[in-house]
Ligand binder design. Structure first.
Ligand code: A3P
Length: 298
């Protein structure tokens, strides 16, 4: 994993593909993503980055393993739940992982906006779980992630980063377009649209929604086990869930841990009054005409 070639490739500028800024190695393997053949029983977990992808992935893996914690510790989360568009020199790409390890092929994650999702997912009418988180907490979480995860360009100051986030000039582009795009798609496809804030408020109810969506029926004690195992405190100390199994050159937890705070409303510790006013006005403009609603705190 720690080949010098890969260390060298850290902190690269993003490339733009179909108007969306993305990591260069992902763009280089784009043809594989575009032609990926989803199967009708593939479950897709989709999120804008920093919206709770790891949290919902751990929940889904626990559900499919009937609440068996030991089975869910078989490997790091990024191997248990392949990242579809991922590509990194020297490693199997996400699509290669999905194609060559059929037994693992139950679920996959993506951060792609709807217009970039391989068409086979729509053609196969796959079940999809979309998890959204309020834009302000996502911006703060993303700022910290940019600092610790070295595949990102330098984030600059918080103010500079916030400007880039609002302009959609970050990896995966505009948060606004992402959440709206998936919100529209749920009208016509099998998409369970969830919110991070709801999961914070009542995680048990949200886990039950997932169970129902997947057509699974688990005993209450199993649901309680899932609830416990996927709490922020448990996941933070679980090396197979907290990304500490990533090499340090790729993610440096001493800069900022992957499991950072796991709360709603942390943005209040970062946004100045002026930034907040500008953000709110811009938000209103961006979300005009959409019925999407999200709580900024709980
Ligand atoms: P913070 O940086 O705000 O703490 P993703 O997995 O999409 O990259 O999202 C990471 C964010 O989800 C981080 O947010 C992380 O702490 C938070 N997170 C991960 N597991 C969580 C859990 N079990 N409960 C609450 N938040 C969690």
């Amino acid at each position: 994993l720690s080949s010098p070639k890969m260390e060298h490739s850290s902190r690269q500028e993003l490339e733009v593909i179909h108007e969306i800024p993305l990591y260069r190695p992902f763009v280089e393997k784009w043809a594989q993503v575009e032609s990926f053949q989803a199967r009708p029983d593939d479950l897709l977990i989709s999120t804008y980055p920093k919206s709770g992808t790891t949290w919902i992935s751990e929940i889904v893996d626990m559900i499919y393993n009937n609440g068996d914690e030991e089975k869910c510790k078989r490997d790091a989360i990024f191997n248990r739940v392949p990242f579809m568009e991922m590509s990194c020199p020297g490693l199997l790409s996400g699509t290669e992982q999905l194609d060559t390890v059929p037994s693992h092929r139950v679920y996959t994650i993506t951060h792609l906006p709807v217009q970039l999702l391989p068409v086979s997912f729509w053609e196969q009418d796959c079940k999809m779980i979309y998890l959204a988180r309020n834009a302000k907490d996502v911006a703060v979480s993303y700022y910290h992630f940019y600092q610790m995860a070295k595949m990102h360009p330098d984030p600059g100051t918080w103010d500079e980063f916030l400007g880039k986030f609002m302009a959609g000039k970050v990896a995966y582009g505009s948060w606004y377009d992402h959440v709206k795009g998936w919100w529209e798609k749920k009208k016509a496809y099998r998409i369970l649209y969830m919110f991070y804030e709801d999961m914070k408020k009542d995680p048990k109810r949200e886990i039950e929604k997932v169970l129902q969506f997947l057509g699974k029926d688990l005993k209450e004690e199993v649901v309680n086990k899932i609830l416990h195992h996927t709490s922020f405190q448990e996941m933070k100390k679980n090396p197979t869930a907290n990304y500490e199994m990533m090499p340090t050159w790729a993610m440096d937890h001493s800069v900022s841990p992957f499991m950072r705070k796991g709360m709603s409303g942390d943005w209040k510790n970062y946004f100045t009054v002026a930034q907040n006013e500008i953000f709110d006005a811009h938000y209103k403009e961006q979300m005009k005409g959409s019925t999407f609603k999200c709580q900024m705190e709980i």
